[in-house]
Design a protein around this ligand. Structure first.
Ligand SMILES: Nc1nc2c(ncn2[C@@H]2O[C@H](COP(=O)(O)OP(=O)(O)OP(=O)(O)O)[C@@H](O)[C@H]2O)c(=O)[nH]1
Ligand SMILES: [Zn+2]
Length: 294
């Protein structure tokens, strides 16, 4: 029996990189995994033999969207235009990463499409997210040497995933970092109007000195299973502020003397982060209980 890591998953097959000989083996999952509700995903450490995965080892972390396990860092590719910037989609992905315990990096794509005034606005947004505590790359021009050097340094020595909206430019960015990859990229108009996804599978790739999983994009992002009362814990700046809210367990909606709301008023917390928080809070509150059927 050999041990290895799933590098790619497609149509029920799993390509496993063996720890023993550094070769890729095509495998399938045994039927009994499905019976136990287990699905191997890219990044999983597995034991395999004769073309079958026999055992999945415990995960350090995992994401449902995109499906990936055992990741150090997630690059959230966020277009400033085409498709239009959505702080809501960004904050939903950041939330999922906070809950999963995966370090986010915000990477703004397509900055070449911005006027100088618009670029100045994004500098303010980038500064705001840095203030929250996130690493942010805002290339002054797309694929500038500086921005590629910065992202390479961030990826090095880590297992990364790149995620984000369809057409955000995930595969294009990876191609710029490592041209030998020659990943297929899509026409944005086709992607937006017909919901066409260029990347259809999750696959780990050697990029610079690190590993990066390229993933299919999405157009919306539902909040994960979470107790609405805990939501504020996953907005780092809210969590810091909440120590000074009058009520323990303040959810920063209707309570008096709420420090989060005070900091939104003074501009210390970005208004759109609070708006996104309220929207997600309401969505979780109104969600019907999810009775799992097996
Ligand atoms: N102007 C401009 N266009 C870009 C940039 N990055 C990517 N594009 C274009 O955006 C379109 C989509 O790029 P992809 O790299 O396929 O996007 P993706 O995020 O991998 O898309 P999915 O695989 O569908 O999720 C392509 O036409 C790219 O040429 C950029 O920095 N500037
Ligand atoms: Zn509060």
């Amino acid at each position: 029996m050999a041990k290895g890591k799933i590098y790619q998953s497609l149509s029920g097959f799993y390509d496993v990189l063996s720890d023993d000989d550094d070769q890729i083996y095509r495998t399938r999952a045994r039927g009994n995994f499905r019976k136990r509700g287990l699905t191997p995903i890219v990044g999983d450490e597995v034991e395999f033999e004769d073309g079958y995965i026999l055992q999945m080892l415990p995960r350090t972390n995992s994401l449902v969207r995109p499906p990936i396990a055992n990741i150090d860092q997630a690059i959230v590719a966020t277009a400033v235009k085409e498709p239009d910037f959505s702080s809501n989609l960004l904050d939903r992905q950041l939330l999922a990463l906070e809950v999963a315990g995966i370090e986010p990096v915000i990477y703004f794509t397509k900055t070449d499409l911005l006027s100088e005034d618009e670029l100045a606005q994004f500098k303010t947004i980038a500064a705001g997210y840095r203030q929250v505590g996130y690493e942010v790359v805002l290339p002054a021009s797309a694929f500038s040497t500086d921005s590629l050097t910065a992202i390479k340094a961030l990826l090095a020595g880590k297992e990364n995933v790149i995620m984000g909206q369809t057409g955000a430019g995930k595969s294009t960015l990876l191609n710029h970092i490592t041209p030998q990859l020659e990943l297929e990229t899509g026409e944005i108009s086709a992607a937006l109007h017909r919901g066409k996804h260029t990347t259809r599978k999750v696959a780990l790739l050697k990029v610079g000195d690190g590993l990066v999983a390229d993933t299919p994009g999405f157009s919306s992002y539902d909040p994960i299973e979470l107790d609405a009362r805990e939501l504020g814990q996953y907005f780092p700046e809210f969590k810091r502020a909440s120590i000074h809210c009058r009520f323990r367990g303040c959810v920063h909606v209707n309570e008096p003397d709420c420090e989060v709301k005070r900091e939104v008023e003074t501009g210390e917390i970005m208004q759109f982060r609070y708006d996104n928080y309220l929207q997600i809070y309401t969505e979780i509150k109104n969600r019907k209980p999810n009775y799992k059927t097996k």
